[in-house]
Design a binder for this molecule. Structure first.
Ligand code: ZN
Length: 137
């Protein structure tokens, strides 16, 4: 279901999807949870909790996006919601600042862009084309 977070002063801070899951403390299959088919067990004492899942956008108080990317939920102990795929942060003027590629919470690649939208630091040939195309949309 959709979920919003707000600044104390009322402006939208973040928007995305959350998934209801049983907050079992002993889960450990390691797979990604896309739909919670976990049956209640003796460890499910915490009840239902919500975890971020899918694309989330984070906003400045003026409504512009400063960070966007996707989360996946892992069926590990604590059932963490972690970054997965491409995460992009933006300067106040809307130009990209940093672009990072995550795989189930682990950072794979990071790129920094200068004020002229030139990639300053990147060490992955394979990803470069896709990332630049995504960035210039
Ligand atoms: Zn359980």
């Amino acid at each position: 279901m959709k979920f919003n977070e707000y600044y104390k002063t009322g402006e939208l801070k973040a928007a995305g999807e959350v998934l209801e899951i049983n907050d079992c403390t002993s889960r450990g299959s390691g797979r990604q949870i896309k739909f919670d088919d976990h049956k209640f067990c003796v460890e499910c004492i915490m009840g239902v909790k919500y975890r971020k899942s899918g694309v989330w956008n984070y906003y400045n108080k003026n409504g512009t996006i400063f960070l966007t990317g996707s989360y996946v939920i892992l069926d590990n102990i604590g059932v963490p919601s972690v970054k997965d795929g491409i995460w992009t942060s933006f300067r106040d003027n809307g130009t990209p600042l940093q672009l990072s590629v995550f795989k189930e919470g682990k950072i794979i690649e990071t790129s920094i862009f200068d004020e002229n939208n030139i990639m300053l630091d990147f060490d992955g040939e394979e990803f470069a084309g896709d990332i630049i195309r995504l960035q210039l949309k």
